[in-house]
Design a protein around this ligand. Structure first.
Ligand code: HXC
Length: 270
């Protein structure tokens, strides 16, 4: 893992809440936001995962806490947001990284299976944004009223830019996430001085997305057509999150930053 090119204090004094922040890409973002000065709250469905992620961050000197919760339940979203603010006194950054996924041909996918992923990825993202707004907005509790409002980062994907085999539910869900990003950027950017952006990771090594989707075996094939000829690292996504969460990205609002080495737009050379 390369050294971070960012100064270690760029997020000093900030508080970040990450859904799905206990493992995979979400954990790496938790780690890097924490290493750059933010206090970290992690929300996830599995208590042992969020607790052990928070303990790992603690062991590195990062102020961190885990909260069990399911983004599909509004009462969980509300409880975790309130607990985060109770614990750390404020909320500056929300990262929506919780996601559900499985490979299934459309003809074998039940409407409830489709709805389940929509509920986690799309409705869950909106629910978290909605519950966090009163703390994220400019002048929210614990904040200096003269500073800008908070930041939201929604983790998306690139698979809905074209079409992806056996991913109809995730494609639809991530397209909705991108739409949520743009609409909240417009409304909350204007009304609350907030920035709402997304990150669309490409194939990232050592993640649930790669192993669950059986992509590890075909990764070498993907590399043949990738302009940068390699898989991404979780670190690459975390650096994009740092850029968007810090003042480096202060003029960026409503965009979903593709971090994939150019993979989605490339075709095999023949
Ligand atoms: C077909 C399936 C299925 C499968 C579940 N369902 N798994 N259908 N194939 N493999 C259907 C069920 O039959 C059911 O519909 C409905 O979905 C709900 O299933 P449950 O098991 O009750 O849901 P739940 O326990 O809430 O689990 C949610 C989950 C689960 C999404 C199904 O897999 C999950 O949360 N996984 C962990 C998160 C995860 O995968 N993270 C990695 C994300 S990677 P019926 O009709 O039977 O009731 C990622 C990358 C995206 O997002 C980009 C990649 C390029």
């Amino acid at each position: 893992m390369a050294e971070s090119p960012f100064k270690p204090e760029i997020l000093r004094g900030k508080v970040a809440l990450l859904t799905g922040g206990g493992s995979g890409i979400g954990y790496e973002i938790s780690l890097q936001l924490g290493k750059h000065g933010a206090s970290i709250a992690i929300m996830g469905r599995r208590k042992h995962v969020v607790d052990s992620a928070a303990a790992s961050l603690h062991s590195l000197g990062i102020s961190a806490i885990g909260f069990e919760g399911d983004v599909r339940k509004r009462e969980d979203a509300n409880r975790v947001v309130e607990s985060t603010v109770k614990h750390f006194g404020r909320l500056d950054i929300l990262v929506n990284a919780a996601a559900g996924n499985f490979l299934v041909p459309s003809e074998d996918l039940s409407p409830n299976g489709f709805r389940t992923v929509m509920d986690i990825d799309s409705v869950g993202t909106f629910t978290m944004c909605h519950e966090a707004l009163k703390y994220l907005k400019k002048g929210g509790p614990g904040k200096d009223p003269s500073t800008a409002g908070g930041i939201i980062i929604n983790i998306s994907a690139t698979l809905h830019y074209t079409a992806s085999w056996y991913q109809i539910h995730v494609s639809a869900a991530k397209a909705a996430v991108d739409s949520i990003t743009r609409n909240l950027a417009l409304e909350w950017g204007t009304d609350h001085d907030m920035r709402v952006n997304g990150i669309a990771p490409g194939p990232i090594g050592d993640t649930a997305g790669m192993s669950k989707l059986g992509l590890e075996g075909i990764a070498s094939k993907a590399m043949e057509k990738m302009p940068l000829f390699k898989l991404g690292e979780k670190w690459d996504i975390a650096m994009a999150a740092l850029y968007l969460a810090s003042d480096a990205g202060k003029y960026v609002n409503g965009t979903t930053l593709v971090v994939d080495g150019g993979e989605w737009l490339s075709k095999p050379r023949h």
